[in-house]
Design a protein around this ligand. Structure first.
Ligand SMILES: [Zn+2]
Length: 531
């Protein structure tokens, strides 16, 4: 199943690449054949060595018929850095060559230092924390020098100003000296100006997106929200991908055939989450310092999850199985969920295991849901169901990640507190806190859209653990203020369920006075989930 889906994914990507060039394919093959013939006939002009091999990178044919074939070069399978060249020809005759390589001399294929030593040498220059595992590959380095054996070492990381970096170091394999280094994350050489564009999303129709104009292109960077940016991982799992850009200020086509479509969903979801925290809780971004985070989309192949990482200060979204059974994980409540993990890590820092881990997960479900209510987008009606938009043909919401008003609908999360709850996976031990929040906000009321059909068994008495069907809610505005205050002011890394009860009571007392109806409602809602 997974394999099939990943093939589908490949098919889409290659179809996109091939279709516009189809008409030129036959002519291109002829041009390449002529270029190859010239390469064979004039090897010394190109400083050809006997173990050199060549691959075509680009073909250009001028209006007057002049042909230009651009080649990359390897030597004994190793890339020759600086070995690239262009063969220019007219009517099958060599008209010139463009190249930087100086000689047909090649080094001995034995160095004195190992790949690991090269990584250590390069690492001393990298200077910032790196993401993933640095890699090293043997190459022939031949830029402005006699060709020498070297290692190309790659380090990924995030610079202090949040710009991702992919540093390539070229380490001499005999001396360990750094011959050259460059960053393949190229920041714009232009002055970016704020712009307002359109996102043609997968899940919520067309939305307004804050972008920037940079030279001739538009980029998914939001200057109004701390420069939060959305990057395309292009199915990779390492590095930071590339900033999403488009020739016009329109991103996506409401379908998965365009790589920018789900990027538009993610960019929209993060902007709504930013606004939610700012306008509802007075919080200026995840770290409350005005800095936006990076969102990475198209992560891996058929990756059916999304995650927050403190290391890269970034959110990451997989493509699911491209909608066969699961859509890309860029739904609004999921974006709110992931960004809220960042908020938790900057506040209570609830440890992600045991009971505190369940409370950490619940915090993300609670605020992810409140983001959905805040956005109140008719294409994504708000509710207490997590991730309902991730499933195709799901009008009755019988498929979801979690149901907050009745956690056990997932078959694994308990509805009511049990002393062994800390032994469960954090995505199940979260259920009781989700359930508490629902009852605090809404009371023992069956949510709209439930209680009939698939959901006929859902009754007020099935929603509470203590028979208190007259439990009344205090509304979302107060309930979310209490949870946010509890998280940011009273919870600590090891807070457990008993501690969460105390923290929410302290929060209600601080916000509304001790003995207030809101404080009493907190006590009653915990009692209704068995605490
Ligand atoms: Zn989570």
């Amino acid at each position: 199943m997974k394999h099939q889906v990943s093939l589908l994914c490949l098919a889409i990507a290659s179809a996109l690449a091939v279709v516009p060039a189809q008409a030129a394919t036959a002519a291109r093959a002829d041009v390449v054949a002529r270029g190859n013939a010239l390469l064979t006939a004039h090897g010394s002009t190109f400083h050809r060595a006997s173990a050199d091999a060549f691959s075509v990178r680009d073909v250009i044919v001028d209006r007057d018929g002049t042909e230009h074939v651009r080649y990359d070069r390897t030597f004994r399978g190793m890339p020759v850095i600086g070995g690239d060249f262009v063969v220019h020809s007219r009517n099958g005759r060599l008209a010139g060559v463009s190249q930087t390589l100086l000689s047909s001399e090649r080094p001995n294929a034995r160095g004195r230092i190992s790949a690991d030593q090269a990584i250590v040498e390069a690492g001393a220059h990298f200077g910032i924390r790196f993401d993933g595992v640095p890699t090293a590959r043997p190459v022939i380095y031949a830029l402005d020098t006699r060709p020498v054996l070297a290692y190309e070492v790659l380090f990924n990381g995030i610079k202090a100003d949040q710009t991702p970096t992919e540093m390539h170091y070229f380490v001499d394999a005999r001396t360990g000296r750094i011959l050259n280094q460059w960053d393949t994350v190229q920041t714009a050489a232009c002055t970016a100006t704020a712009a307002v564009g359109t996102g043609r999303t997968l899940m919520v129709g067309n939305v307004t997106l804050n972008t920037v104009k940079c030279g001739n292109v538009y980029q998914m960077r939001d200057m109004t929200r701390g420069n939060g940016a959305t990057h395309n991982m292009a199915f990779k799992t390492v590095g930071m991908g590339t900033l999403i850009s488009a020739p016009t200020n329109v991103f996506g086509n409401n379908a998965m055939t365009n790589m920018n479509t789900v990027a538009a969903d993610a960019h929209y979801g993060i902007s709504m989450t930013w606004d939610y925290y700012k306008n509802i809780h007075g919080r200026n971004g995840i770290a409350n310092n005005g800095s936006g985070a990076v969102s990475r989309v198209h992560y891996g192949r058929t990756y059916a999850n999304a995650f927050w990482s403190d290391g890269c200060f970034c959110m990451t979204f997989g493509d699911g199985d491209n909608g066969a059974t699961m859509n890309p994980l860029v739904a609004l409540d999921v974006a709110g969920h992931e960004m809220s993990h960042g908020v938790t890590s900057r506040t209570a820092a609830l440890v992600y295991s045991g009971q505190s881990g369940g409370l950490n997960e619940a915090t993300s479900d609670i605020f992810g849901t409140m983001v959905e209510y805040y956005a109140n987008n008719p294409s994504n009606p708000p509710n207490y169901v997590m991730g309902e938009k991730l499933y195709p043909n799901n009008a009755d919401m019988s498929q979801a990640i979690r149901w907050m008003f009745k956690p056990h609908l997932d078959g694994a999360s308990p509805d009511c507190y049990i002393s062994t709850i800390g032994n469960l996976d954090v995505h199940y031990s979260s259920g009781v806190a989700n359930h508490f929040f629902y009852l605090l906000a809404e009371g023992a009321v069956v949510p709209a859209g439930f209680g009939a059909g698939t959901w006929a068994n859902l009754t007020p008495s099935s929603l509470v653990c203590n028979g208190n069907t007259s439990l009344a809610g205090i509304g979302r505005t107060k309930a979310q203020a209490i949870w946010y205050k509890a998280l940011t002011t009273y919870m600590t890394s090891g807070t457990n369920y008993a501690g969460a009860k105390t923290a929410t009571l302290n929060a209600a007392n601080a916000l509304y006075g001790s003995g207030s109806p809101e404080s009493n409602a907190v006590t009653a809602a915990w009692a209704a989930v068995g605490l």
